[in-house]
Ligand binder design. Sequence first.
Ligand SMILES: Cc1ncc(COP(=O)(O)O)c(C=O)c1O
Length: 397
Amino acid sequence: MSVLHHRRPVNKASSPSRPLATDDSGAAASSRQPTHLGVIREEIRKIERYDPPFADRTVINLSLNEHYALPSSQIQDALYNLDPMRLVTYDTEVAEQLRARIAAREGVSIENVVLCPGSSSGLQLLFSCLAGGPLLVPSICWSYYLNLARLHGLPVTHYDVRRGDGEFQVEAESVAGALERERPALLLFIQPHMPTGALSPVELVLGAAEGARGTLVLVDEAYHGFSPAAASVAARVLTHPNLLVSKTFSKYFGLAGIRMGYLVASAPIAEQLHKAASPFSVPFVSSLVALAALDSEPHYRALAAEVMAVKGAFARRIDAIPGLRAYRSHANFLLVELPDAEAAARAEADIRAAGVAVRSARSYGLPSFLRISLGAAETMERVATALERSEARHAAR
Ligand SMILES: Cc1ncc(COP(=O)(O)O)c(C=O)c1O
């Protein structure tokens, strides 16, 4: 009998027509089923789910800092020539090859490299290993760090990131003061900083690591590679044993979908991280793709130069619109300031009407800003034109 004609009987009892409501005790009101939420840690029950701002994929999405380019031909070949039998086994060989290649690229040894399925998983792994104590983060930062802190019961304190003339800045005195006062378990730098695109001097980062005994200094280099001015400090884990660097294939290599990232740490710290990681957590296909990405460095270097050129041209267009300002960024996104929060919301809607999604920076405490990822030159042309028209229309009223 053809499967097309084979119908499974519908079990009406197991397919309720509406969702079950829950009463105060947590039991589903209509079935009296207990929810068993009491077995879940209170910290988890209290935090809000991390909700990525996924935009409608029928528009061009410049809200998630993704890349716009097709994966390199080496990556496409690697996928095309994939031996399906390799999917059957718990592969460690390709992951080990990848670790060795990453170690050579970063100027460290293989024991300094911990692979993880996306750098956010690497951050989670690190947080799960911390003995406790405060977390010191930038005053403007990605909410996921705060979620991780709450999840692991770590108090959070901040150092200042301030708006300067044309660029944002990490305040060195504020970092030093907070280090002295709080004696944090973990000090976090984002380099280049997200969402502002600012760069902290390498001396500030390394100086903090040198001065802060008993503190781990984590440098999130997720957006490394786009700006020649932004040097990686990964190799410095060899001389600074309390330094850790996290990196990802999601941004510079434009491979957010493979979920591949890594931590670089001193050998003793990396060893502890390895012990805490789940076995075989690095997917074989992702390792294969990441290796092919490393084989395509010249291609990605050229793409990064293209992103920088597009960014320069786009920023100049924005700065020419009265009342708007693009802040200097060393990453694949730009912060654009509008006269006020209302103007920012209006511009976001007008850009969306032109078929492009950008990100409001409201959740970062910057309601009059939009964070705009850099897309292909034609897309940025479309965004700039939408912004010009939006402002001109409003000025004419
Ligand atoms: C600052 C920062 N770090 C880390 C990540 C996580 O990257 P992934 O988990 O894709 O490696 C992101 C993602 O947008 C980010 O903005």
